[in-house]
Write a protein that binds this ligand. Structure first.
Ligand code: CA
Length: 381
C-alpha cells in the first residue's frame, strides 16, 4: 500500500509553548503531547519521538512497537532524573505503522487515532484519562466527560515510571482509507462530526491536516494542536516524504537517548494469570503516581469558606486522596464572582497553567465583580 501523509502542529491561541510533536518517518507515524512545566512537556515529547525514530532507523520493519514505547518511556524517565527542573514531565505517544494491507497501532495517553473509511469516522484508541475511567465506571456520561474541567488529567503517560502498559492493535487497511493521528488540542475543541466533515471535504492530506488545526484555533485554540493525516492508496512504494518535526526543535540531531544500561526487558514475563493481577495493581499505582506528578504542576481558582481562593493541584480526588492544596484565600466573595457568566465554573474550579495565570484569573474576577456592582445598585435603586 502506498501512503501519502500530511501533518501540522500549532501552539494555539492561549499557550506560550508548543509541547506537542509529531514524527513522519514512513511507514512509521506518531504524535506526542508533552506535559509538565518549565519546558518539561516539550522535552518529554521530543525525547520520546527521538527515541522512537532512532529505534525505527535501527530495526526497520522488525521494530517491536511495544518495546519501542517502553524504550521511549525509559528515555523520558532517565532524562527527568538527570535534570531536576524536568521532574514530573511526561508525554502521550500514539504510533501508527503501515504494514502492507494492514496497520499497527501502539498507544498511551489521550492523543487519538481515528480511521475514516467511506464516510464513517471511527475512534481506534481509548483515552487514558480520569474522566474516561469514570465513564467506564458509570460515574460520568460521555457528554459530561467532554466538558469536564479535569478531562485532560491522564491515568497513563510516558515518563512516570520505569514500566508502562501499552495499548496495541492491528487493523486492516484499504485503498481510500484515511488515518488521523491527533493530540487532544484538536478533540477538545472540535467535535468528531466536524472532524469527519473536514477530513471528507479535502482530498490532499496536508490541506486536511492544516484545516483541522485551523478549526481547533477557530474554536478557541486553548491547547496546542497536532495532526497527522495518512492516506492509503493503491500501488507500491512510499510516497510520503520522511520528515520529523517537534514543535520548535528538530527531532534529529539532539543528544542520544538510549535506554539505560541494565534496563529490564519486560516482554515475555508475566505469563500466568496470578501475575496479571500484580500487573493490574502496578498499573493503578503508576496511574496514581502519574496523576500526582502531573497534578503538582497544576493550579486552579476555586472556593474556600465562601471566598475565591487559589489552589495548587486539580479540583478532584483519586482513590479518596485530594489532589489539591489551598495556597491563598482572597477577600472576594465566591457567590458574587460565580454569578457572572464567565466565572460560572468557579465552584468546580477554573484550571490554570501556572500560579501567575491563577492570580491573573482572580484579578480579572475582581475587575468583573467591581464592574457589575454599580449596575446592580442602579437596578436596585
Ligand atoms: Ca494537549
Amino acid at each position: 500500500m502506498r501512503v501519502r501523509a500530511g501533518a501540522a502542529t500549532d501552539v494555539g491561541l492561549v499557550r506560550e509553548h508548543n509541547e506537542d510533536a509529531y514524527l513522519t518517518d514512513p511507514p512509521l507515524f506518531a504524535v506526542a503531547d508533552g506535559l509538565g512545566g518549565h519546558q518539561g512537556g516539550e522535552v518529554a515529547s521530543r525525547v520520546a519521538l527521538e527515541t522512537l525514530q532512532e529505534a525505527h532507523r535501527r530495526d526497520g520493519d522488525d521494530l517491536d512497537l511495544v518495546e519501542a514505547v517502553r524504550r521511549a518511556n525509559r528515555a523520558v524517565v532517565e532524562r527527568a532524573r538527570e535534570d531536576p527542573a524536568l521532574a514530573g514531565m511526561g508525554t502521550t505517544l500514539t504510533i501508527v505503522r503501515v504494514e502492507g494491507d494492514r496497520f499497527s497501532l501502539a498507544h498511551v495517553g489521550d492523543s487519538r487515532a481515528y480511521l475514516l473509511r467511506e464516510d464513517d469516522l471511527s475512534l481506534l484508541t481509548e483515552d487514558h484519562t480520569l474522566v474516561h475511567r469514570m465513564v467506564l465506571e458509570g460515574r460520568l456520561t460521555e457528554a459530561q466527560a467532554e466538558v469536564h474541567p479535569q478531562r485532560s488529567v491522564l491515568t497513563r503517560a510516558l515518563g512516570v515510571e520505569e514500566e508502562i502498559a501499552v495499548d496495541v492493535g492491528v487493523h486492516d487497511l484499504r485503498p481510500g482509507d484515511r488515518i488521523l493521528l491527533c493530540s487532544d488540542g484538536l478533540t477538545a475543541m472540535v467535535r468528531d462530526s466536524s472532524i469527519r466533515e473536514i477530513l471528507a471535504a479535502r482530498e490532499d492530506p496536508q490541506a486536511a491536516a492544516e484545516a483541522l488545526v485551523d478549526a481547533a484555533n477557530t474554536a478557541g485554540g486553548v491547547d496546542n494542536t497536532t495532526v497527522v493525516v495518512l492516506d492509503a492508496m493503491d500501488g507500491e512504494g512510499r510516497a510520503a516524504e520522511p520528515a520529523a518535526r517537534t514543535a520548535e526543535t528538530p527531532a534529529a540531531g539532539a543528544e542520544a537517548t538510549a535506554a539505560p544500561a541494565g534496563a529490564r526487558r519486560v516482554g515475555g514475563q508475566w505469563r500466568r494469570p496470578v501475575a496479571w493481577t500484580v500487573v493490574g495493581v502496578a498499573v493503578i499505582v503508576v496511574a496514581a503516581v502519574g496523576a500526582k506528578a502531573y497534578v503538582d504542576r497544576q493550579w486552579f481558582v476555586g472556593v474556600s469558606a465562601g471566598r475565591v481562593a487559589i489552589y495548587r493541584g486539580i479540583p478532584a480526588e483519586v482513590l479518596g486522596i485530594e489532589l489539591f492544596t489551598l495556597v491563598e484565600e482572597t477577600d472576594l466573595p465566591a457567590d458574587e464572582a460565580g454569578r457572572l457568566a464567565p466565572w460560572r465554573g468557579l465552584r468546580d474550579g477554573i484550571t490554570a497553567d501556572s500560579e501567575d495565570e491563577a492570580r491573573a484569573i482572580v484579578e480579572q474576577m475582581e475587575r468583573d465583580v467591581a464592574g457589575a456592582r454599580p449596575e446592580e445598585e442602579r437596578e436596585a435603586g
